[in-house]
Design a binder for this molecule. Structure first.
Ligand code: R5P
Length: 291
C-alpha cells in the first residue's frame, strides 16, 4: 500500500504510513500555472497498487487538490484508491436550513467519492452524512485519542457546548467515567452564540475542573462563551478539547485568555494538536485492504 499526503495533511499522512508498518509514503508535486490553475503530479510506481490519499478539505483549494490527486492516482494505474479526508469541510451544511440553499455536505461526498473505492473520514459533524456516500465510507473517531490525553488530567466534569454534541460527550464521559451535561446553544450569527445551562444538572459546576468537548473549534465563539458561563457558575478550572481545530483568525489566543489547556487531534495542523488519529485511521485502512 502506498500513502500520498496532500498539502493539507502531509504530517498526518506520514504518521498513517508509519502506523501501516512503514508503507511507502510520497508527497505530490504541486504548482500553480500562470493563470492560477492548480497542477499536481504523483510519483512512485503506483500501477496495480492500493493507494491511500490523505487530504483534509479545509479550503476549497484543498478540495480541488484532492479530486485532482484522485484522478492522477487512477491515471497512474492504481488497483484501488482509498481516500482519507481527516477534516471533511462543508460537513456542517448537512441540510437545507433556508430555502435556496444547497446540502453542501451531500454534494461534496459525491465529488470526493468519484474516483475512490472507499472513503475514510474522522468525526463528521453528523454521522448521518456517511449515508450520503454511495461507495463504502467509514468514520474514525478522535474521541479515544482525546480521552487518553484527558485521562492524565484531573477532571471532574465534561460539558458539551450544545445538544448536537450529546453523543460525543456521552461517549467521552463513558471512557473517562465522569459526569457530563450539554449546554443550550442559540447561534446568533457565524461568530456569535448565546449559551445557557440546562434546567437540570447532574452535578454542580461550582469548584469543579471542567473540560468542554466539541467536534470543531472554528471562530472560538462557542468555547469562549461556554467558558465564561461555566466560570460565572463557579468552575475552578476549564479546559477545551476538540477533534478538528480550525482556530480561525485569533481564535486560539481568545480561547487561551479564558481556558487553561486546549487540546485537539491532528486532523488539521494547529497549536493545540496534541493527539493523533493516525492509529484509528490506519486500523480502518488495514481492514479495507484485508477485505
Ligand atoms: C457546531 O454545531 C459545532 O459543534 C461547533 O460548536 C461549532 O462549529 C464551533 O464553532 P465556533 O468555534 O465558530 O463557535
Amino acid at each position: 500500500m502506498h500513502v500520498i499526503g496532500g498539502t493539507a495533511s502531509t504530517a498526518l499522512a506520514e504518521r498513517i504510513s508509519r502506523e501501516l508498518g512503514g508503507a511507502p509514503f510520497g508527497i505530490p508535486f504541486t504548482k500553480r500555472f500562470p493563470d492560477d490553475e492548480m497542477y499536481v503530479r504523483v510519483g512512485g510506481r503506483l500501477e496495480g497498487e492500493d493507494v491511500v490519499i490523505v487530504q483534509s478539505t479545509r479550503t476549497d483549494n484543498d478540495f480541488l487538490e484532492l479530486i485532482l490527486l484522485e484522478d492522477a492516482v487512477r491515471e497512474a494505474g492504481a488497483r484501488r484508491t482509498f481516500v482519507v479526508v481527516p477534516y471533511f469541510g462543508y460537513a456542517r451544511q448537512d441540510r437545507r436550513f433556508f430555502p435556496g440553499e444547497p446540502v453542501s455536505a451531500r454534494t461534496l461526498c459525491h465529488h470526493v467519492e468519484l474516483d475512490a473505492d472507499a472513503v475514510v473520514t474522522v468525526d463528521l459533524h453528523s454521522s448521518q452524512t456517511l449515508t450520503q456516500f454511495t461507495k463504502p465510507a467509514y468514520e474514525a473517531s478522535g474521541i479515544p485519542a482525546i480521552a487518553r490525553l484527558l485521562a492524565e488530567r484531573s477532571l471532574d466534569l465534561l460539558v458539551s457546548p450544545d445538544k448536537g454534541g450529546v453523543d460525543r460527550v456521552r461517549r467521552m464521559a463513558q471512557l473517562l467515567d465522569k459526569p457530563w451535561f450539554a449546554l443550550e446553544k442559540r447561534r446568533i450569527d457565524s461568530e456569535h452564540v448565546e449559551l445557557s445551562l440546562p434546567s437540570t444538572l447532574p452535578v454542580t459546576v461550582e469548584g469543579k475542573n471542567v473540560a468542554l468537548i466539541d467536534d470543531v473549534i472554528s471562530t472560538g465563539g462557542t468555547i469562549v462563551e461556554a467558558a465564561k458561563l461555566l466560570r460565572k457558575k463557579g468552575a475552578l478550572g476549564i479546559s477545551a478539547a476538540c477533534t478538528h481545530g480550525l482556530f480561525l483568525k485569533d481564535a486560539f489566543e481568545r480561547i487561551k485568555a479564558v481556558v487553561g489547556d486546549v487540546y485537539s487531534t491532528d486532523t488539521l495542523g494547529n497549536p493545540a494538536e496534541k493527539a493523533s488519529v493516525a492509529p484509528d485511521i490506519a486500523q480502518i485502512l488495514q481492514r479495507l485492504v484485508a477485505g
